[in-house]
Design a binder for this molecule. Structure first.
Ligand code: ACM
Ligand code: ZN
Length: 523
């Protein structure tokens, strides 16, 4: 019976397997460095032993028929030949070799592979705002991304529950805003932040591995941690605490005060300094920005009047466009979540990250935006949200993910991204249980889904999961990820019960208090 070669993501072209070759150790010849890294050391991360007597592995770059990320891998009696056009391609050839050694238990198949991706931007997002992930864990997650040939690490760094980015101009953001007094999971405080040195280290680590780092500074919503440090950022200068629990908050940045724009652009300038060397994109959030405060805020209402804006949705469009313009002015492409109302012109370079499909967002909206602006990144939450219960987003669904949304022209398509939100993901172990093996399926879909059907993918995955576990990445088992009726029911109950948190009730009471104190709604 035909067996798919044990690789995830599956390569574009694989020749016949003509036997197997012992390969418990390798010896590197030809090019020994890739993007400034020692090839042996790089492979060591993926469990490959390098020595004097192993199978000869020759590395070469400079081929002109491989594209920017493609490679050719040839395994014969003489040894292994890895060839690519660029160092990025060579990195992918090396991780393919590492996977073959790991997935075949040291006996690699004698064959020829030609490979290249079909999607240019292949992303993974880590929400380090809800829960802080130490730098060492971030690095391990980046290694995991590289093994899956993912080339964009989207680092969600600011949230209601924590601010993670050291700022020179606004030191309270980390002194105070990086810590919450307790969490969803208990009474203990939780916190942490990345120093500028940490960030430089992660950015450089990623750059060497063909991974760009897209920082996200989420505005104007999801900003309670910042508001707790600098109350003047909000509409009514309220004294707030860093949020302890998940749930959409009603306190957001004031879009009427000029001081908010000064703050946002100052922080963005620091972000550009930290990340600018390894990204074309800066993410400015824009999701779940509740307009309750804006409706009764004299500053927001005055701004609307001054600009002739008819709704708070238009005010958000103005806010995001203004922030986007600043990012473009610095030479970067702004990315924002798909909520931003398009009633006002937004910068033609702006990229939309799609997550709410199937609801109010129509295919026509997406196509219209993609055609007029910088394109879209697809993170449809029905397929690409790694934190969803498997009962809603099971492994088979992830494998069926279509990176380019329906109705989009290739020119309006930037790429796709798997997103790990961490409302209930407190640490690395939990991040692995949520992400794996869904990330395996999504990476395969993003690379090109060149292999067979879902059952073929699962057969490959059986080997890959064992290899991943050897490397320290332990995901959820098949019973969990493809739950039967009873298990799915239980998973849904746990999830829906979590959705019913106190935030909804708190918002109702708090909104009434704000309205009583600061004035009546204007409309
Ligand atoms: C999001 O899930 N709030 C982008
Ligand atoms: Zn306001």
């Amino acid at each position: 019976m035909f067996e798919e070669i044990r690789l995830i993501p599956y390569p574009r072209k694989v020749g016949r397997i003509n036997g197997y070759k012992d390969c418990t150790s390798i010896r590197i010849s030809g090019q020994r460095r890739v993007n400034g890294m020692d090839v042996g050391e790089f492979l060591g991360i993926y469990g490959v032993n390098t020595g004097q007597d192993g199978v000869n592995v020759s590395c070469e770059t400079g081929l002109d028929d491989c594209g920017t990320e493609g490679y050719k891998l040839s395994i014969s009696d003489e040894g292994v030949k890895l060839r690519a056009g660029t160092d990025a391609g060579l990195i992918y050839a090396l991780v393919t070799l590492a996977q073959l050694i790991g997935n075949y238990g040291g006996k690699i198949p004698v064959c020829e592979i030609e490979d290249s991706p079909s999607t240019a931007y292949r992303g993974f997002m880590l929400d380090a705002g809800r829960y802080f992930f130490p730098k060492e864990d971030v690095i391990k997650l980046v290694d995991l991304c590289v093994l899956h040939k993912i080339n964009a690490f989207h680092w969600h760094l600011t949230e209601d529950q924590g601010w993670r980015l050291e700022s020179e101009k606004y030191p309270l953001l980390t002194e105070k805003g990086s810590r919450r007094s307790h969490t969803n999971f208990g009474i203990r405080p939780h916190g942490g932040f990345y120093t500028k040195k940490d960030i430089a280290e992660v950015v450089e680590y990623c750059r060497k591995r063909n991974v760009s780092v897209i920082p996200e500074f989420d505005v104007p919503g999801h900003s309670v941690a910042a508001l707790s440090c600098y109350p003047w950022l909000g509409c009514f200068d309220r004294k707030l605490k860093v949020a302890t629990h998940s749930g959409v908050k009603h306190d957001v940045m004031c879009a009427g005060k000029e001081s908010t724009y000064t703050f946002v652009t100052d922080v963005l300038d620091e972000i550009v300094g930290l990340f600018g060397g390894n990204t074309a994109y800066i993410h400015i959030g824009g999701d779940e920005a509740v307009k309750t405060r804006w409706k009764i805020c004299p500053h927001c209402q005055a701004k609307m009047k001054e600009l002739g804006l008819k709704s708070e949705g238009e005010l958000q469009a103005y806010f995001m466009s203004r922030v986007a313009d600043h990012v473009v002015g610095k030479g970067f492409t702004p990315v924002m979540w798909n909520e931003t109302d398009l009633s006002l012109p937004c910068h033609e370079k702006a990229v939309w990250q799609i997550w709410t499909t199937g609801g109010a967002l129509s295919v026509a909206d997406i196509a219209r935006f993609a055609a007029k602006h910088g394109g879209v990144i697809n993170s449809d939450s029905n397929y690409a949200y790694l934190d969803m219960p498997y009962a809603y987003v099971n492994l088979e669904k992830c494998y069926s993910f279509t990176p380019m949304p329906d109705g989009i022209e290739p020119g309006g398509f930037v790429g796709a991204e798997a997103a790990l939100w961490t409302e209930y993901v407190p640490n690395f172990k939990s991040a692995c249980r949520k992400s794996l093996p869904r990330l395996c399926a999504l990476s395969d879909a993003m690379w090109g889904r060149y292999g067979g059907d879902f059952s073929g993918f699962c057969a490959r995955l059986d080997f890959f999961e064992k290899y991943l576990a050897q490397l320290g990445y332990k995901g959820s088992g098949r019973a969990q990820t493809m739950p039967g009726k009873a298990r799915a029911f239980f998973q849904k109950i746990v999830f829906e019960r979590r959705q019913l948190h106190w935030q909804g009730l708190h918002n109702l009471i708090d909104n009434a208090a704000v309205k009583r104190k600061y004035g009546k709604e204007k409309r």
